[in-house]
Design a protein. Sequence first.
Length: 294
Amino acid sequence: MKKTAIGSSLLLFLAACIWGVAFVAQSVGMDYMGPFTFNGVRFLIGGTVLLPLVCIRIRKKKNTPEELPPALTLKGGVCCGLAICFASLSQQIGIMYTTVGKAGFITTLYIIIVPVLGLFLHRRVQGKVWIAAVAAAAGMYMLCINESFSIGRGDAFVCLCAIIFSIHILVIDYFSPKTDGVALSCIQFYTAGIICILGAFVTERPSWSQIFTGMIPVLYAGVMSCGVAYTLQIIGQKNLDPTVASLILSMESVVSVLAGWAILGQALSVKELCGCALVFAAVILVQLPERKRA
């Protein structure tokens, strides 16, 4: 494996660990404010944290012959911002009604959804993806379906989140090689933050007291989950296939279960743990290398 690929893999794994713990911060944050307010503030914090770095990179690039098109960066940032806005809102609402561990594993379904969505981009889908999809569906049944054969409200929202995050990964895959990763990340956060803040004033009653009371989870979600982890994702994906990248990022599900148990005391039942195992096995299966044909 090339050194650049190893470095990119480590960046993505670090992002996955940060996101795994961020599920706890998102859950605790709902004790103080609504999902629109929480996401709006954390995205604006994430974008602001990156501004100095963006300015430094712009100054450095003035002395180099290579210049990336600013219009494409702006367009990519807005597209990524729209995707991450609605994905995160679905996830945040879902966490209000389900456990941190379940939300983490359901979110990782993007690892299977990404190659399936690739069909619309005329990419070949391997047979093992369909086998993994069946295994993931069985795992989702054990993880989400209750005794009355219905899916919980929170699990349904997190499933929607997984679909939109899959779109987000593909959008990043398209724009990140052609733009500056840090600027792209900064623009996407401001786009998502502005949309969420507007939504907060329409659907909620945001106040400074709510934000200050829940400052610790907001700061973690804003500085670490947004400002650091999403930037690591964009930079790390530049040298990796999007499906391989989604495998490494899916480790956030394991971290979320451990963090939910250690910090919040949320434990999963035996049935739910078996469902987690099936989902994770499906995730691993998707990424197993194919045998080379003679």
